[in-house]
Unconditional design. Structure first.
Length: 135
């Protein structure tokens, strides 16, 4: 059977679908905005799949994420509005192509990291790619 809806629909909570989802519009999650203060950054993906995070620290430690789902895609935008470069380090859950991880966020720049989650639990695995210096 099928369910048709010619309207905007908002669902609070989980929705499981066995079959195809067809959309003539956008399917998205709300943008999560955050500030990265000293002491580390732990993305909580139960809040949404896309983070826009302003760095307010002299370093950025990206901790193991919370509430990831195998098969889900995520994006983190790191925004450095100051002129100084900010060193970065990553929890082992984040696996980068060829082992090349971004190790700084350049001053007055953005760093965008795209992630695909392969496994969850105590040792999640997120495959990552990144780009920087957008103009």
């Amino acid at each position: 059977s099928s369910l048709g809806c010619s309207c905007d629909a908002e669902i609070q909570g989980d929705l499981e679908v066995d079959g195809d989802v067809i959309s003539d519009g956008q399917i998205y999650s709300n943008l999560v905005t955050s500030t990265i203060n000293p002491g580390g950054f732990t993305p909580n993906f139960s809040n949404g799949n896309v983070y826009s995070s302003t760095v307010n620290s002299n370093s950025c430690i990206v901790e193991k994420p919370g509430f990831v789902r195998a098969g889900a895609m995520y994006v983190i935008i790191f925004k450095q509005t100051g002129s100084n470069n900010v060193p970065m380090s990553w929890n082992g859950a984040y696996i980068f192509a060829n082992g090349i991880k971004p190790n700084i966020i350049r001053g007055n720049s953005n760093l965008v990291v795209s992630l695909i989650c392969e496994s969850t639990g105590a040792s999640p695995v997120l495959y990552c790619t990144w780009a920087e210096d957008f103009s």
